[in-house]
Design a protein around this ligand. Sequence first.
Ligand SMILES: [Mg+2]
Length: 219
Amino acid sequence: MSDDPETVRQIRQLARDTRPLLVLDVDEVVLEFVRPFTAFADSKGFAFRTESFRLTGNVIERENGGIASEEAVSALLDNFFAAQEDWQYAADGAAEAIDALAQGAEIVMLTAMPHAYHAHRRRLLDRLSIPFPLVTTERAKGPAVSLLAGKREAPVAFVDDIPHNHVSVAGAYPRAALFHLMAHEGMRALLTPLPDGVSAMENWFEARTAIAEALGIEA
Ligand SMILES: [Mg+2]
């Protein structure tokens, strides 16, 4: 059980499904995040350096060259999520691949983003013709994936760019097939090694085939 009550509420509202399940992260998987966030930060007087795999510490105040405080980065991120409809766009090949996979699987997008911005993200995804259910969470993803899977016997796959989300899902729902996908190549190169059992994908074209195989469906 997820320890985020709002996430539990959203999952309980979804229609039940017994088909194979594909749970997708949104930022850097379905939507680009690093490139649009860098552009947004720039428009607010900040430079986002993609020199290591973290947010805080990599945001620089352009006026004085200082490292932006944790509070400033947190506010910038909040403002970005509020403005996401003007900045974010689909990752290359994502919409087509998800559409194809949806022919044989239940698709749920599970995004680690404040619940407050659910409607903004919903509108953006709808505009990009990615109409699948969206669940927001402010806590660990593993318990949410387990709740989404329920008692289903069909295969389950999970796609995310953040290694600790894979660790969380592997712990809470060990039968999930784990796939790493990250749109931003520069940032991908800075990742720590992926946890055991996570398959690294170059792009959606490769992922589409591998995920279909794991789910036992056509794509
Ligand atoms: Mg992500």
